[in-house]
Design a protein around this ligand. Structure first.
Ligand SMILES: [Zn+2]
Length: 596
């Protein structure tokens, strides 16, 4: 297999060569700029005489110094991603991180002063047209103003967190990353890490999958005292903080972070729960494909096809290019540049980091993409996904400046998942054998049930746990009971879960790291499906509106950006449209399964 041999990126658009001295010099210059910035503006933003003119020039200066540090930082980080064994790159990246955090410290006051500016003054500035496209940045910075405590109190919370909430998060990470499992595979005793165990959950051998799942989740049950304590304290800590800051609901900070109103999130989750039956129907069909009466919990990730479809890089590239081109030749030619101008590093080689990413640097530089292409269908999807991000960055770069360039969280996966949909359509329009077709449809559907239905189920459990756990400490059994109740809503009696799987709430790191994060996945995926549904209805008329949505970056509330495409996420029909797309894919899957 060629595995994209020789497809490496050309970083000369960032720096003509990997000249470490020059890169370091730029970093130090950025730090000097940050110090100048502090000297010039400290105490001058939250000041009675601060007007639009001063705030705007501060914003421009701030962007300039960020631009100055981003370029060398990204260069260091890309060099390191390309070859993690190189000590010089390691040192360069460490230096970039150090200087970046010093710049953050120097400029921290800026955000705080924007937050603390008295309301009438802030409103005058916000309604001044001279503020231009920075308006939304200021609005976003001030979202948390009503819930911010005094500077002294904030400092105390920050310092006490180190031995409080942060300590529990660190305990969770350290403890779970020390986990190893002993398992017999092919008559041989093996010691396995978490990621190896997760790989084996996708193994074709049902008995092996069963033993892996049992051992994996069982280990969390054996350590129930620790996980119950960690989660219980996180819940209690959150409740205390919500009370001190004056929030009304445990999910409220996440609504602000996502810039989406709470009632919209409620509607979304309710409609998602109404469509759990689609997932149930899918898993019934999957049981049939696997030739069993009922799926076990350990079969959820079982492969549906025996053979893997081999797709060399050049073919994968053409498929992705065609899928963009079929949508819009303009998008196609933007993406083609990514290949011809070598913004992509695709080959697998020793020392290169794993996984994939798209790095949108600043509007002044095109994005860079890293994938590890291994000639299979997943690799083609990853390529489409990351190039979707690249397209988003390119279009936003045409209209935005640095502070409004990166899309808001709930729109961050729009172009990437949309690109996957375009690829799916391209693939299904090909003449493929039944098994390959089944493989494509199954992988897409499992993706949707994983990101849409399951993440809502997680959030509903998390909400139960916080509402109950704020009143009194929940026992391990009570947490398991809440978990099984929400899980049963989703899977009905279609899947027979292992007894050990009642501990799965303890496995999910989001509950510990970032409270109420999971529903953002549901939101992002359903939004893309609603957009895709709109595209199916409108055809070519949809394209300029979609392009404008991407080009808008983070320059307005998600609700307004989406409204410009003609969609309204306060309407139930918006969320239902997404499920129509899922349902039609599910029907295609059903027809393919029945064609046997
Ligand atoms: Zn992504």
């Amino acid at each position: 297999m060629e595995k994209a041999k020789g497809v490496v990126w050309d970083l000369s658009d960032l720096y003509p060569e990997a000249d470490e001295e020059r890169i370091e010099r730029d970093m130090h210059q950025a730090l000097e700029l940050a110090k100048d910035f502090r000297n010039q503006y400290y105490g001058k933003i939250n000041a009675s005489d601060c007007d639009t003119g001063r705030l705007k020039s501060a914003l421009r200066d701030y962007e300039m110094l960020l631009e100055k540090i981003y370029r060398p930082y990204v260069m260091a980080s890309l060099l390191f991603s390309g070859d993690g064994r190189n000590d010089r790159y390691k040192a360069l990246l460490a230096m970039a991180q150090d200087i970046y955090s010093r710049i953050e410290n120097e400029t921290l006051f800026f955000g705080l002063e924007i937050q603390r500016m008295p309301e009438p003054q802030a409103n005058t500035i916000l309604s001044d047209p001279r503020l231009g496209h920075y308006r939304h940045f200021i609005e976003s910075e001030r979202l948390f103003t009503p819930y911010t405590l005094s500077e002294k109190e904030e400092q105390i919370i920050n310092r006490k967190n180190l031995s409080g909430r942060t300590a529990f998060v660190n305990l969770f990470d350290e403890f779970t990353s020390s986990f190893l499992w002993e398992l017999e595979i092919d008559g041989e005793k093996k010691t396995l890490t978490d990621s190896e165990m997760r790989q084996l959950m996708r193994h074709p051998d049902a008995d092996l999958r069963y033993r892996v799942k049992k051992a994996h989740d069982g280990k969390y049950g054996e350590n129930a005292i620790i996980f119950t304590n960690i989660f219980g304290n996180i819940i209690k800590d959150h409740a205390t903080e919500m009370e001190l800051r004056g929030y009304e609901h445990p999910m409220q900070p996440s609504y602000l972070r996502n810039k989406v109103p709470g009632d919209v999130v409620e509607t979304m989750m309710q409609i998602t729960a109404e469509h759990y039956s689609l997932a149930q129907k899918y898993y019934e069909l999957k049981a049939r494909v696997l030739g069993v009466d009922k799926l076990k919990g350990s079969d959820l990730y079982a492969p549906v096809a025996r053979s893997q479809w081999t797709i060399p890089f050049n073919e994968g590239r053409d498929l992705v290019l065609e899928s963009f081109n079929n949508f819009s030749p303009e998008f196609g030619s933007l993406i083609e540049k990514a290949f011809t101008d070598r913004w992509i590093d695709a080959e697998v080689r020793p020392g290169k980091r794993g996984g994939a990413f798209c790095h949108g640097v600043t509007p002044s530089v095109h994005p860079y993409v890293l994938v590890n292409y291994v000639d299979n269908l997943d690799s083609v999807y990853t390529l489409a996904h990351e190039l979707g991000h690249a397209l988003h960055d390119l279009l936003a770069g045409q209209q935005q400046t640095l502070l409004t360039y990166h899309p808001p969280l709930v729109l961050a996966e729009t172009a990437s998942v949309f690109a996957e949909m375009l690829l799916t359509r391209r693939l299904l329009d090909m003449e493929l054998d039944r098994e390959t077709r089944m493989q494509i449809l199954a992988s897409k559907l499992e993706d949707f049930f994983g990101t849409i239905s399951r993440q809502t189920m997680y959030t509903l459990f998390e909400r139960d746990a916080h509402l109950e756990g704020a009143k009194r400490r929940l026992s391990a059994d009570e947490l398991c009971k809440l978990w099984v109740e929400r899980r049963t809503e989703m899977y009905g009696n279609v899947v027979e879960f292992l007894p050990e799987e009642r501990w799965f709430w303890a496995v999910i790191p989001h509950f510990i790291h970032t409270r109420f994060y999971c529903y953002a996945y549901t939101f992002g995926a359903l939004l893309v499906l609603a957009l895709y549904h709109q595209y199916e209805q409108e055809g070519a008329d949809f394209i300029p509106k979609y392009k404008q949505l991407l080009a808008s970056g983070d320059s307005d509330w998600p609700e307004r950006l989406v409204a410009n495409v003609g969609l309204d996420f306060r309407k139930e029909s918006f969320w239902r449209a997404g499920f129509q797309v899922v349902e039609s894919l599910l029907n295609e899957f059903q027809d393919t399964v029945k064609a046997a």
